[in-house]
Design a protein around this ligand. Structure first.
Ligand SMILES: [Mg+2]
Length: 363
């Protein structure tokens, strides 16, 4: 089996209602999709967050076997291609290996340790409406009604907004729902600690990205000052970018994104490094259905840490916001049922891409 073609697509989905994280408003969702074709007619799909130049594709991918995925990763990396871009290639190669062997990707990764992954609803973004708090409360109650036992909201908009809305949502969802907050790197150390103290009484499972992404000493300061777990690193690419944060235990929870950090091949390395340093791995997921499916296969293989009768749940980041690239792109999407994601027992990533949808959103 030899690779004959690598195609790339940039997809853009315009949002009906804009929303904000701490650092700005979004009016669209985007995805960089990779399609790899082999001489025996198999097709693999991947999603990355950077572009691989045609010259690198011709030099290191065309004519090789998908089973050379590790060597291809190394050759691209040695040629200066970023892990963000290699991610899309690597995911497509694992999809192809699974299809060639008629095995799900999780099987190739060593087998799943869970059949279903408990999901948390990611949503509760800032929206441009007169009564934001009421809208957020209604949204949070909706997730409880759908069967979610965990959710995450966006903060980082200043202490007044954060305290008012975090408190309102905790009151609305009750004490039994696991609740996390995400500041998307919007604060400096002092503000992050100040806000953290002011919202801490709401029993927060984690406080995500309180400060900029790679500020190791800053994370140690924030972590040492606050009672809740500190999470982060969703935007980091390649194992070396994670090294200091993990080795210095600057995070309680590390959140590699499979389409940014380097695909299955590199995320496995990062998870091993985290495990050896007793840092929890909860993957970040924010993308098309290809990224969702890849994350399901990878997360299905991450063991509980520590192993226990009633382990701390390996929570899947289940994006509940509007994004046609996630909800329309696969003919057979993986969907949460009663707050849990089933791990698909079909070859490769186990999703079939709707080419009409691919063409519709390609730019
Ligand atoms: Mg985040």
């Amino acid at each position: 089996m030899k690779i004959t073609e690598v195609k790339t697509y940039h997809l853009r989905y315009p949002l009906r209602e804009k929303f904000a994280i701490s650092r700005g408003w979004s009016t669209s969702r985007q995805a960089q999709v990779v399609e790899i074709v082999t001489d025996n007619g198999l097709i693999g799909w991947g999603e990355g967050t950077g572009e691989v130049h045609r010259s690198a594709i011709d030099a290191h991918i065309i004519g090789r076997s998908p089973f050379d995925c590790g060597a291809i990763y190394q050759a691209l990396s040695d040629d200066g291609v970023s892990p963000k871009a290699i991610s899309g290639i690597d995911i497509a190669l694992w999809d192809l290996m699974g299809k060639a062997l008629e095995m799900p990707v999780y099987q190739l990764l060593g087998g799943k340790v869970r059949d279903k992954i408990p999901a948390y609803a990611t949503g509760l973004f800032r929206i441009d409406r007169p009564d934001v708090t009421q809208a957020l409360v209604d949204e949070a109650k909706g997730y409880v009604d759908m069967g979610f036992s965990a959710m995450k909201m966006k903060i980082g908009f200043g202490a007044d907004y954060d305290v008012k809305n975090v408190t309102a949502i905790r009151q609305a969802i009750g004490d039994d729902v696991l609740f996390a907050v995400d500041a998307n790197c919007g604060y400096d150390v002092g503000t992050a600690i100040d806000v953290g103290h002011k919202i801490a009484h709401n029993d927060l499972f984690w406080y995500e990205e309180p400060i900029p992404l790679d500020d190791v000493r800053g994370y140690l300061q924030v972590k040492g000052a606050l009672p809740m777990r500190i999470a982060g690193a969703e935007g980091l690419a390649g194992r070396w970018a994670f090294r200091e944060l993990i080795q210095q235990r600057a995070l309680d929870i590390v959140q590699p994104d499979i389409s940014i950090a380097g695909g299955f091949s590199e995320c496995r390395n990062i998870a091993v490094m985290a495990s050896a340093n007793y840092v929890r791995v909860l993957p970040h997921m924010w993308g098309s259905h290809i990224r969702l499916a890849a994350t399901v296969h990878w997360q299905a293989t991450i063991p509980d840490a520590p192993d226990a009768l009633n382990p701390i749940p390996s929570l899947f980041e289940y994006d509940m916001t509007e994004n046609g690239l996630r909800t329309e792109l696969a003919v057979n999407p993986i969907r949460a049922v009663d707050g849990e994601l089933p791990v698909p027992d079909v070859p490769g990533l186990g999703i079939e891409i709707d080419r009409d949808v691919l063409e519709k959103y390609a730019v």
